[in-house]
Structure formats: C-alpha cells, structure tokens
Design a protein around this ligand. Structure first.
Ligand SMILES: Cc1cc2nc3c(=O)[nH]c(=O)nc-3n(C[C@H](O)[C@H](O)[C@H](O)COP(=O)(O)OP(=O)(O)OC[C@H]3O[C@@H](n4cnc5c(N)ncnc54)[C@H](O)[C@@H]3O)c2cc1C
Length: 386
C-alpha cells in the first residue's frame, strides 16, 4: 500500500472519529474512561487494530513503515488514551507466541474487536521490582486451579473483563521456577477490586483480592511452573512496542512547548531566547530522535514477531526520564499560568501540562523502575558484571 495514501486514510479516519466523539460526548474530558473506551472501540471497529498481527490471527501483517505512520497520526491528532492498552500491547503479542491454538482462537478476536478489556496482575504488596517474591497461590483442584492472594497497582482492573496474572503453583520450587501464567475472568466469584486514587486525581489502578477464585486448567498459558519465561516475554513487549506511541506523543509535546516558549515573554524577552531553555530543548530534541530510531528497530522486530531483547529497557529508561525532563521544562517555560489548566480559555495550547507533569512521576516506576532498567541494560545489553 502507498504510504501517502495510508497516511491520508488514517488521518481522515481519526479526524472524523474525533469529531464524532466530541459531538457524542460534549464537554467530557479526554481522560474520561467512557470516552476513552468509545474511541478505542471505534478505532478497532474501523479496522485499525492488530496492524502488526499475522493474517491468520485476524491481523493485517502491515509493514513497519505503515504501523509507524498510524502511530504518528494517532499522536498528531491527540487521540484519547485507550483503556485496553495492556490487551493490545502486552497480552496479544504474548498469546501469539505462547498461547495454545484454543487460547488464541478464544481471546485474540476479543482484543482485536476491543470487546474484552484486559488488566495485568503481577505486582503484589511485597513483590514489585522483586516480582519473583510473589505469594499469590494457585492450587490444583481437579480441572481447576484455586487462586488466593492480593495484587496491587493493577491498572484498569476496575474496567477489565479479564486479567492475566502470575501465581505460585509450586511453593517448594526455586523462586522463579514455581510460577505459572493464568488468564482469569474478572467476573469470577471471589474477586474484589478496590480503586486507588492517584495524585493527578484519577483512579486508574487498583488493589485486587483473590479469595479462592476457580480458574479452569485450560486457562493456564504454557506449562505449569513455566510462567516466569512467559512473564518476562510479556515484560519485554511492555518495554518495547508498548511505549512507541508515547514517543510520538512526546515529539508532539516538544514541538508544542517550543511554540509556547516563542509566545511567552518574561523579563522583557521571549522565553525561547533564554540560553538555558534552548539548551534543554536541544537535549530533548536529541533524545526524541534517538528514541525514534530505537523505536523503529523495535517495531521492525515486532513486525517479524521476534521477542524484544533487553534493548527495550533502554527505550523505556530514556523515554521515561526524558519525558519527565520535558514536563519539568514545561512548568519552567509556562510558569504559574500552567495552573490555569486546559479548561481556562487563556490556557496555553489546551494541553494538560500540569496533570501530565504529575502523571509523569509514575513513568519511571511502572513497567519496571529506572533502577531496574539500568540493571537490565548493564547486565544483559552491556555485559557488565552483576
Ligand atoms: C501508574 C502505574 C501503573 C502500574 N500498573 C501495573 C499493572 O497494571 N500491573 C502490575 O502488576 N503492576 C503495575 N504497576 C506496578 C509496578 O510494576 C511497580 O510499581 C514496579 O514494578 C515497582 O515495584 P514497587 O512499587 O513494589 O517498588 P519496589 O520494588 O518496592 O521498589 C522501591 C524502590 O527500590 C528500588 N529497587 C528495588 N529493587 C532494586 C534493585 N534490585 N536495584 C536497584 N534498585 C532497586 C526501586 O527502583 C524503587 O526506587 C504499576 C505502577 C504504576 C506506578
């Protein structure tokens, strides 16, 4: 397909759907989950999901250039963040590699059409970075497992239909060896979800309690006690392809901030003429270009259905730390006016700079903290001693 025609089709589809969205949900912010779900549903129904999946799984097997174009157009249009990012970005590629034929047939169509929302149940109160310390148990009982334990920071669990989770199936085995990977119906009896309010005022993640939840044996992905390798594959997808749209968004934010700095006058001169601000912009520009090149390499590997390696950690690390610097800089450039927020008519370029600044604090924690990413890059990419 001609890339120009593809870009133009994506751009007009997204513009038309955004117009419809604004008309259908007048005044509702783009952070509202109902609106986010509605838009994501329309993107999927419009045939824009599973772009890099193989055709036999219902995907479109598009080449990397076209996928990058679609992600660029999404960021350029400023579409609302989806709520099934974990389903599309993490579980789908994991199932494509490790799921049984029955699991693929049962679950991939629901992700493709966005009819089933997924959450990821890994972290526990005493098992975050040290995930192998997890204590949630799954005990075999005939053709079921009985799952008991607590997860925390489970994004979208309050909206999710399904959860993929890690549970200990052999407490006597070495820490990484006694863990299995399960697909759990969130409507199962015994599941309690308690939302946690974040400092930006939203409630996106949750505590999830499992009290003797019965999970059919055929919803275990891979062999019993072999869940760790599958979880690590899923984690590397999270650190690679999952972050690519955010890089494109970051480039857009940087361009907007440069434009804002040209409009702002402080102490009688344009903020963009401040040498420290110019220096910070230059550094961010270099970071964005480096990230885009790495992202392209990652996309190419994903399009070949290769499992991303430790370099995904590098993308996650550089993106999250650069993005925090960008939003710190936004507060410096805009100053106290940032508090006016996007609903104030004089607010600068209608961005949620302050809310995004608060949210960005989470970016060096989620999907593995910066310290953990540095450990991975040092040990597995650079071959440094442990
Ligand atoms: C917005 C958000 C969404 C999330 N969504 C999900 C989700 O959907 N599902 C899910 O399962 N989890 C989710 N998480 C949880 C996330 O994966 C954990 O917060 C993360 O892995 C860190 O674990 P922890 O919070 O227990 O911190 P800890 O592991 O307790 O770490 C505390 C501090 O110690 C440092 N540290 C720990 N170990 C080492 C080490 N070996 N070397 C150097 N430093 C170290 C860490 O870097 C950190 O600074 C989410 C988190 C956030 C912020």
């Amino acid at each position: 397909m001609d890339p120009l025609a593809f870009r133009s089709a994506a751009r007009s589809f997204l513009a038309a759907e955004l117009d419809r969205l604004r008309a259908d949900f007048p005044g509702l912010p783009f952070t509202d989950p109902v609106l986010r779900r509605a838009f994501e549903d329309r993107v999927c129904r419009g045939g824009w999901s599973g772009l890099n999946w193989p055709k036999e799984a219902g995907g479109q097997a598009l080449p990397i250039d076209l996928i990058a174009i679609f992600l660029e157009e999404c960021a350029r249009a400023g579409i609302p963040k989806g709520i099934n990012l974990i389903g599309h970005g993490i579980l789908a590629p994991t199932l494509l590699l490790h799921g049984s034929p029955e699991q693929k047939a049962r679950f991939l169509p629901g992700i493709l059409a966005n009819t089933e929302i997924w959450c990821q149940g890994y972290s526990e109160p005493d098992a975050g970075s040290d995930l192998a310390a997890l204590r949630t148990r799954a005990e075999r009982d005939g053709d079921h497992y009985v799952v008991t334990g607590q997860k925390i920071w489970t994004s979208y669990a309050h909206l999710a239909d399904w959860c993929f989770l890690l549970a200990r199936t052999d407490p006597a085995a070495a820490r990484h060896k006694g863990i299995s990977f399960f697909l759990v119906d969130m409507k199962s009896p015994g599941i309690t979800v308690r939302p946690i309010r974040q400092m930006d005022g939203q409630e996106e993640f949750n505590e999830v309690f499992f009290n003797r939840v019965r999970v059919p044996v055929d919803l275990r992905v891979g062999e019993e006690n072999a869940g760790w390798a599958i979880a690590m594959a899923a984690a590397s997808y999270e650190r690679a392809t999952y972050f690519i749209p955010r890089l494109v968004q970051m480039e857009q934010e940087l361009a907007d901030l440069v434009a804002v700095s040209r409009e702002m006058i402080r102490d009688g001169r344009r903020v963009c003429d401040d040498p420290l601000v110019r220096d910070a912009f230059a550094r961010l520009f270099v970071d964005v270009q480096a990230l885009k090149l790495h992202a392209r390499t990652m996309l190419a590997a994903a399009a070949r259905h290769e499992q991303p390696g430790p370099e995904g950690s590098f993308i996650k690390l550089l993106w999250s730390e650069s993005h925090q610097r960008l939003l710190d800089l936004a507060l410096t450039v805009i100053g106290p006016e940032v508090l006016l927020g996007p609903h104030e008519p004089s607010a600068i370029r209608h961005r949620h700079w302050q809310r995004d600044h608060l949210w960005s604090r989470a970016e060096t924690i989620l999907a593995g903290t910066s310290e953990i990413q540095r450990n991975v890059v040092g040990e597995r990419a650079l071959g440094l001693p442990r």
